[in-house]
Design a protein around this ligand. Structure first.
Ligand SMILES: C[S@@+](CC[C@H](N)C(=O)[O-])C[C@H]1O[C@@H](n2cnc3c(N)ncnc32)[C@H](O)[C@@H]1O
Length: 284
């Protein structure tokens, strides 16, 4: 039977997390999200999940695990993932990748697009959207009629809450101030209007929910994939599976951009060559 604690008695205390319960949560997080929770994460897990247990008025982690095992608990699983990861992001984060995109990746693709070629760029683990919209801003700056060509940016994340925010594209002045000055005209319309993302930019981007550790549902290939600051949470085996899946999802000379503390490893090293800081190009 579920033990229900009173909110008053437990308002600030952390719920006890035994080694066996922590091990079960770690197995669960790996199986469903590919997350790696080593023993040194136990205090973080206890602290973040204690708050959740208190708000659900659940008195023990065993009871919480029962809820997660319940087939109808998809929402709680998502909640758990959100508590264990971070959605931190910003426009033009790790700006050098957007320079490579502008100077090396896009020019040949845009030439081909003018002649009807399909161009697809994927922001995998896009959080609330600044990454795919930054890609779209660069696209629009290089090719103002991009929205009329067969060019699309796809933003996906496992967390439906951030995907909804990304679709809404409602960013405050502080967020939009992260956009480099060379693109200022795009967000202000060239005048003194309050900055916003214009339709020509937002219409280049589509969003969806997608768990990167599950088989990808795409039939077509991507010309470039941004997967930055996502696989950092995965264990080595899961990372290597995802790198291989990206190799298979890219066009033969497609580009892969990783986060600043992420590196390719394992069999995928045979499929890519490094071309810059955490930047790789497919070779086979
Ligand atoms: C720190 S944010 C990175 C956002 C963006 N890529 C950037 O670098 O600014 C990490 C995102 O990865 C998502 N994520 C974590 N595990 C995932 C998985 N298995 N599949 C897809 N997305 C995942 C999280 O929901 C979160 O929004």
């Amino acid at each position: 039977m579920r033990s229900v604690s009173t909110a008053a008695s437990n308002a600030t205390e952390e719920v006890q997390l035994g080694d066996r319960e922590f091990a079960k949560i770690a197995v669960y997080a790996k199986k469903h999200f590919g997350l790696s929770l080593s023993d040194n994460k136990k205090p973080l897990v206890r602290s973040r999940l204690s708050r959740r247990l208190r708000s659900l008025q659940i008195g023990s982690f065993s009871d919480y695990l029962d809820i997660l095992d319940d087939a109808g608990s998809a929402e709680e699983r998502t909640e758990l993932l959100c508590l264990l990861t971070t959605n931190v992001t910003q426009f033009f984060r790790e700006a050098h990748h957007f320079e490579t995109l502008r100077d090396e990746v896009l020019p040949p693709l845009l030439n081909a697009a003018q002649n009807g070629k399909r161009v697809r760029i994927w922001s995998a683990g896009c959080s609330t959207g600044p990454e795919p919209y930054s890609i779209a801003i660069v696209l629009h700056a290089l090719c103002p009629n991009a929205h009329k060509l067969d060019i699309k940016v796809l933003g996906t994340d496992i967390d439906p809450v951030v995907v909804r925010q990304a679709i809404a594209a409602e960013y405050g002045p502080k967020d939009l101030a992260q956009i480099p000055k060379i693109y200022a005209n795009i967000v202000t319309g060239g005048g003194s209007l309050a900055p916003r993302l214009p339709d020509e930019v937002t219409s280049l981007v589509r969003f969806g929910t997608l768990n990167l550790i599950k088989p990808f549902p795409f039939s077509g290939k991507f010309d470039a994939i941004f997967c930055r600051n996502v696989a950092i949470y995965f264990d080595k085996e899961t990372q290597q599976n995802v790198w291989m899946a990206f190799a298979n999802a890219l066009t033969p000379d497609g580009f892969l951009f990783l986060g600043h503390s992420e590196r390719l490893s394992g069999p995928a090293l045979q499929r890519f060559r490094g071309t810059g800081i955490t930047t790789y190009q497919r070779i086979s």
